[in-house]
Design a protein around this ligand. Structure first.
Ligand SMILES: *Cc1c(COP(=O)(O)O)cnc(C)c1O
Length: 429
């Protein structure tokens, strides 16, 4: 399988090269040359298949010969070693819980998959890679955990001081080994800007093989298609049409859902639910795409002012907005509405949602469901990751899950930096 740059279809690279470089030299996002429907027999037998078997069928065509079958199966087994349950909320709405992994947010699957691919490629050619990533909270933890002790990969995470939750900070700063956390005296946008500058810095690039581990990288983006198949497996017997609502920031997860549909998965409609960072809902309403600096909200993993994967979604619909709107809607909700949804879910269904899942739930409510439809919102983080919001809103105390309890006792280890000069000095060591 080849991947082309969205800026230039003639620039084609292998899966390996797309993963190793992250982004094309012309700054375009990589995109698979073909997406072929999976056979009917797969959909007929899916309820008898394990998560690993399903994932293999889904990802195989995107990897081609880059990773041998047995090794790919082993990677998938390790990546998918936890559950993804569909939990009913009422007769027509369910929550797809994606937070049962090691860092309790859905990014674990993509981060682990990317780490294992990179490890395999580096082993074969003796290369060393530096993964440089900016985080507003969840990405950093998932990447740190996924890459922990990965051979020949050093991970450097930039996070904004005092702007991530206590749990998130511990997840970033307590691992050690090949993981370094840089605490930036600034905002998430400052972190992101520094990372971008580093990727364009020829002097640095002559010293290190830099790559990024955000959802621009196809090895982080594509495995997210698994969730939709795993949900379908659990819901198939209801014989209803599926509507997915995805809490969206960079729009990588929902874009993977659209790829799942292209692979033949019967999905009626997608709802991209956002917080007050409403670039895409505005675009669909007005036809004008105007990125803006992100604003801080309760659902901080979605505080994105210029969603990087939306261009892939447009490409999947051949840049035809009418076609896009027939299968895809997007709505925005503010913090007040998010808090009310957390309350409502608790009072009516005894369900504790995190702020991101709550935004997803609101999207389904706003979109509305037909009698023959079942709505699924993706619960992308465990409520404990946003415990101050949830505990305050519901006047309860959340028990600490074991993996969090352990990490909260560890000592934070970070290096303070202020600007790009500091980052470059660190990277040039
Ligand atoms: C990253 C993240 C999102 C947003 O996902 P995108 O793929 O960037 O749209 C939503 N919820 C949580 C908890 C996240 O960590």
């Amino acid at each position: 399988m080849y991947y082309y740059s969205l800026n230039n279809k003639n620039h084609r690279v292998s899966f390996e090269e797309a993963v190793v470089s992250g982004i094309a030299p012309d700054r375009g996002l990589y995109f698979p040359e073909k997406i072929e429907k999976l056979p009917a027999s797969f959909y007929n037998e899916i309820d008898q298949m394990s998560a690993t078997q399903i994932a293999y069928m889904v990802i195989e065509q995107f990897i081609g010969t880059s990773i041998p079958k047995n090794h790919l199966l082993q990677i998938l087994d390790e990546v998918l070693d936890f559950d993804f349950p569909v939990v009913p909320i009422d007769e027509s709405i369910s929550s797809l819980e994606l937070f049962h992994g090691p860092t309790m947010a859905f990014k674990d699957v993509g981060a682990r998959f990317m780490a294992k691919c990179l490890e395999y490629f580096n082993k074969n050619n003796g290369r060393k890679t530096t993964v440089l990533v900016a985080t507003s909270g969840d990405t950093g933890g998932a990447v740190a955990n996924g890459f922990f002790k990965t051979d020949n990969v050093e991970v450097i995470i930039l996070y904004p001081q005092n702007k991530v939750s206590d749990v998130q900070e511990k997840q970033l700063t307590t691992l050690g080994h090949n993981i370094t956390a840089l605490e930036v005296q600034g905002t998430f946008d400052d972190c992101q800007e520094m990372v971008k500058t580093a990727f364009l810095d020829e002097e640095l690039k002559s010293k290190r093989n830099l790559t990024s581990a955000n959802s621009i990288n196809i090895a982080r983006w594509l495995p997210q298609t698994f969730y939709y198949f795993i949900a379908y497996k659990q819901l198939k017997s209801f014989n209803k049409e599926l509507v997915f609502s995805v809490p969206s920031g960079n729009f990588g997860n929902i874009c993977a859902g659209i790829v799942a549909k292209k692979l033949g998965l019967p999905i009626r409609h997608f709802v991209a639910s956002t917080n007050s960072n409403d670039i895409i809902p505005r675009y669909l309403n007005t036809g004008f795409y105007s990125p803006r600096p992100s604003v801080e909200t309760l659902s901080n993993a979605m505080d994105v002012g210029n969603p990087s994967n939306f261009i892939r979604i447009q490409h999947l619909f051949k840049n035809d907005d009418t076609a896009l709107k027939s299968e895809f809607s997007s709505y925005s909700f503010n913090d007040k509405e998010t808090n009310s949804a957390i309350q409502e879910l608790y009072k009516t269904a005894n369900y504790i949602a995190d702020p991101h899942g709550a935004v997803g739930y609101l999207g389904l409510k706003k979109h509305g469901l037909q009698p023959n439809e079942i709505g699924v919102f993706l619960e992308t983080a465990h409520p404990i990751k946003f415990r101050s919001t949830v505990e305050k809103e519901l006047s309860i105390t959340l028990p600490l899950p074991d993996q969090i309890k352990e990490i909260m006792q560890k000592k934070k280890n970070s290096i303070l930096i202020k600007n790009y000069k500091n980052l470059k000095a660190f990277l040039s060591k």
